[in-house]
Every structure is written in C-alpha cells, then in structure tokens.
Design a protein around this ligand. Sequence first.
Ligand code: COA
Length: 162
Amino acid sequence: MTKRALYTGSFDPMTYGHLDIIERASKMFGELVVGVIVNPNKQPLFTKEERVAMIKAETAHLGNVKVDCFQGLLADYVNANGFNAVIRGLRATTDFEYEIQMAQMNDRLFNEGVESVFLMTNPEYSFISSSVIKEVLSLGGCVDGLVPEKILEEMKKKYCRK
Ligand code: COA
C-alpha cells in the first residue's frame, strides 16, 4: 500500500527551506501532499489560492507531490484523508520544544498508526522563516537565494502595491 504523507504549514510564502523538506520527503513516501493551512492567528501576505498556485509551480518537477489547502484541526484533516505520516521540519532547538508538544497532542488525536516525522532543515536555511523573509524584503533588504525566484517576484509586486 502506498504510504501517504502530509507536509503542512502556512507557506506564506514557501521558501527554499520548505522546498528542501518537500524534495526530501517526496523520496521517502509514495505520495506527499503539501497542505497549506489557513491559520487564523496570522495575517497572510498571499491568499491561500496564491500560496497553493506558487507551491504547485515550484513542485511541478516532483511527480508524487500534490498541493491542497485546509483549515481547522490538523488531526481532522489527517484522519479524514488517510495519511500515514505528518512531516515537520526542525530548524533549531526552539522548534523542537514547540514541535514535541504538538506531536504529542496530535498523537492523541490522530488515527492509530499515524506518525509525526521530523526532518532536519538544511543548515543553509535553518535561520529563515517566512516572516523574516517578508520583513527583510519589505524594508529593502536582499533575500536572493532564500526564496524561489518567481515567488520573490510575486512578493516584490505585493510590496510595490502597498
Ligand atoms: N525552512 C524555512 N522556514 C521554515 C521551515 C523550513 N524548513 N520550517 C518552518 N519554517 C518557518 C515557516 O515559514 C514559519 O514562518 P512564519 O512563522 O514566519 O510564518 C515558521 O517556521 C513556523 O512554521 P510552521 O510551524 O510550519 O507554520 P505554521 O505555524 O503556520 O503551521 C501548523 C503550524 C499548521 C502545523 C499548526 O498551526 C497547526 O497544526 N494548526 C492547525 C490547528 C491544530 O490542529 N492545532 C492543534 C495542534 S496540536
């Protein structure tokens, strides 16, 4: 049976750090779904439709990767869609503290056999987050090499309009 995994987050926008995790996870599972979450606690730069479209374009070379969008409880989405695993990237020890709490809570909520799987972020990208990229670019700093070129263009268009 094909093992299906979910890699979830806000992806506002997707960075090379995320893409690195997606490429590596896609080799580990038969199917990988990138699940863009609508996080009510965050004010996004991009709409969910824009984020999904950008991720689809950047992952088009990966035959077993699909992109979806959801909101609400992660465990509900995971259980309803029959995933075997949820992938998370770890950048630093600070991520670990948050992730272990989430993984242990989710373990109570997931269907039996669903695992949280952690991949270490490529050290080249361990210092970035979507917010830091947005802040630097909005203040005129250079983020070349940290975000795919087309996504960088879309970000620049957004900041020009503001
Ligand atoms: N490279 C670069 N940056 C990375 C990264 C990587 N490999 N991995 C994470 N990041 C960044 C992200 O860009 C994000 O930046 P931002 O905060 O500036 O947007 C930050 O690290 C946090 O990432 P992540 O935790 O993936 O994003 P999130 O907070 O939007 O998503 C969810 C967290 C979706 C997993 C969590 O909110 C959730 O499960 N929500 C659903 C509700 C629920 O079920 N709650 C109960 C959980 S027990």
